[in-house]
Design a protein around this ligand. Structure first.
Ligand code: SAH
Length: 347
């Protein structure tokens, strides 16, 4: 086998065999890695040009009923200072964001039972009423089909739910027995059936990981056919049992972004905050490996330090306008433009 041949195959056929992808990821060197990133960035430019879509991330609650072993806001973390934004605060974030050119608002939070369907649909409706030209993306974890349907009917357009891993053995290293991989994967199917633009994804290098699992994840995603995929390195959080585990590799994350892009030319791929946390130029590098979305933080500065999924998360001291400007400059520096556009998935 030969790395350049496999890259060529990915470019042409938009897929490769499990063994080939594994071989590629294991055998890249400086030169072939560059070729891979270039091919992926080229694939992305064919479809999106040098346009980068913008999503405003509003972290509206850090209460969570789950205990994912890797996550800083898991229920069992007594050191987390909990907060919940009022609907008015969320709307104020959207107003601020709208003025800065955001046309997608991503509401992300822990699984907080306080946000019942009644409360959550009211928030979605209020945002859609005031900003009918904007997309609302939800990232609220696992809910029932009825709940997903009610939120969709209230106007939510998109939903992000990373599967984290679709390998059972690995899922069980990351989650307590009370959680089920089957249910999470079922949720993803349900979201797609309902009609959401659906996003899945995974952490790179999370405890118990194997390269084989990551290749299987790429194949799972290809088969599932999501509209969006988020990938970021695992980064330990001091108040978790995985505090002493090493963070995921940036290089591997970028290579996975590149293969993902070659396999899924139309998919929307963010240059994630976790990538930016490992390397000040991580998000630029992700775009140059095929990502085409950035997701600056729009949360009120007063709560940012409390939404600590992992240690050293970036931008926790900034205001919304600074984050927007910073990313604009970062993208310009590599020849890309942030655009004011909903940036919906198109077939
Ligand atoms: N409660 C929602 C949102 C979770 S937070 C849900 O269940 O989907 C969003 C993402 O952050 C998670 O899906 C996970 O992939 C990522 N994340 C959590 N802890 C992390 C860590 N320690 N390092 C890197 N990413 C992490």
């Amino acid at each position: 086998m030969d790395c350049l041949k496999i890259i060529e195959k990915l470019q042409k056929e938009e897929t490769a065999d499990r063994e080939e992808i594994l071989f590629l990821l294991e055998n890249l060197d400086g030169e072939t890695e560059q070729a891979l990133h270039r091919a992926a960035a080229e694939k992305s430019r064919e479809r999106f040009g040098n346009r980068i879509y913008l999503r405003g991330l509003i972290e509206f609650t850090n209460y969570c009923k789950n205990n994912c072993f890797y996550c800083g806001i898991r229920k069992g973390n007594r050191n987390a200072q909990r907060y919940r934004l009022e609907s008015e605060d969320i709307l104020a974030c959207c107003r601020m964001g709208y003025g800065l050119g955001y046309r997608t608002f991503v509401l992300q939070g822990g699984e907080d039972p306080w946000f019942t369907d009644e409360r959550m649909t009211a928030i979605v409706r209020a945002i859609k009423r005031e900003f009918p030209d904007c997309a609302v993306t939800l990232s609220l974890g696992e809910r029932s089909r009825e709940s997903y349907q009610a939120l969709f009917d209230a106007g939510a357009d998109r939903y992000l739910l990373r599967e984290e891993t679709s390998t059972k053995e690995h899922y069980e290293m990351l989650h307590p027995k009370t959680m089920s991989m089957e249910y999470r994967l079922q949720c993803l199917e349900t979201l797609k059936e309902i009609g959401y633009q659906t996003g899945c994804g995974f952490m790179v290098g999370s405890p118990g990981w194997k390269l084989e699992y990551l290749v299987d994840e790429l194949l799972f995603i290809k088969k599932f056919g999501p509209h969006m995929v988020g990938i970021g390195p695992f980064i330990p959080h001091r108040d978790t049992k995985y505090a002493k585990e090493p963070h995921g590799s940036l290089a591997l994350t970028l290579n996975l972004v590149a293969v993902l892009r070659l396999m899924n030319p139309k998919v929307l791929i963010p240059a994630t905050t976790a990538v930016g946390t490992l390397d000040p130029r991580g998000r630029e590098k992700a775009v140059l490996a095929g990502a085409n979305v950035v997701m600056p933080n729009l949360s009120p500065a007063s709560v940012r330090k409390k939404y600590m999924l992992y240690d050293n998360k970036i931008c926790t001291g900034d205001e919304a306008a600074e984050c927007r400007r910073c990313l604009e400059n970062r993208m310009r520096s590599i020849g890309y433009e942030i655009v004011t556009d909903r940036g919906d998935y198109r077939d």
